[in-house]
Ligand binder design. Sequence first.
Ligand SMILES: Nc1ncnc2c1ncn2[C@@H]1O[C@H](COP(=O)(O)OP(=O)(O)O)[C@@H](O)[C@H]1O
Ligand SMILES: [Mg+2]
Length: 235
Amino acid sequence: MVTDDSGGETVVRLDGVRKEYGGTTALDGVSLRIRAGEAVAVMGPSGCGKSTLLNMISGLDRPTDGTVVVHGEDVGKLSEKGLALYRRRRIGMIFQFFNLVDDLTALDNVALAAQLTGSPARQARRRALELFEELGIADRRNAYPAVLSGGERQRVAVARALMNRPALLLADEPTGALDSRAGEQVMDLLLDLNQIGQTLILVTHDEHLARRCASRLVLLADGRVAGEHTLEPSA
Ligand SMILES: Nc1ncnc2c1ncn2[C@@H]1O[C@H](COP(=O)(O)OP(=O)(O)O)[C@@H](O)[C@H]1O
Ligand SMILES: [Mg+2]
């Protein structure tokens, strides 16, 4: 772990990260530091590289050039097996379309995340139930995703992302498929998590929600950081 000059622990450090897909440059030299406990919102037009940036940090994909260091680990240098472990143990991810398994109950969707890291099923279900209680969805634990509302599905996805107590929670347009009320509830949940110390990187199109939840805004344009702003806490 590195301590930066402002005194906080650096959890994420990107230096000169480039990512090319065939002839497309998705990221064009991105350098970024994120400290423990920060909530950082990433905004920018469609196609500017926001999801690619999260994929570099989560180890879903590797940079063409530059380095990504998370919690002291050089993500680009991990083996395939090391990457899989890193993703399961260090990172929680939330997506626009929830990505739940349709033929598992809500609780089993969440417990599965711990079972994949080797936790016994009973222990996984106990931890999942605790999270359902914390997130206010305990009464929906035996429901299948198809009968849940969008907001409930996203809460289940948040519970799944938190199962393994990730160092870093990444959310890629988590309110993009929700109506504004459900979107605000999910944002409030992310805000609560950040207030108890969860480091969070949030991609969103909604500046109002970004301001509600994040303490710093990173603007991307054409694969580069085009600006960074500190956000005032919203009332
Ligand atoms: N797997 C991929 N294969 C080819 N091109 C990709 C891939 N992922 C992203 N891109 C391209 O990289 C650029 C950035 O995409 P993305 O990171 O998804 O942007 P955003 O999330 O900001 O909308 C776009 O031009 C997109 O078409
Ligand atoms: Mg995207």
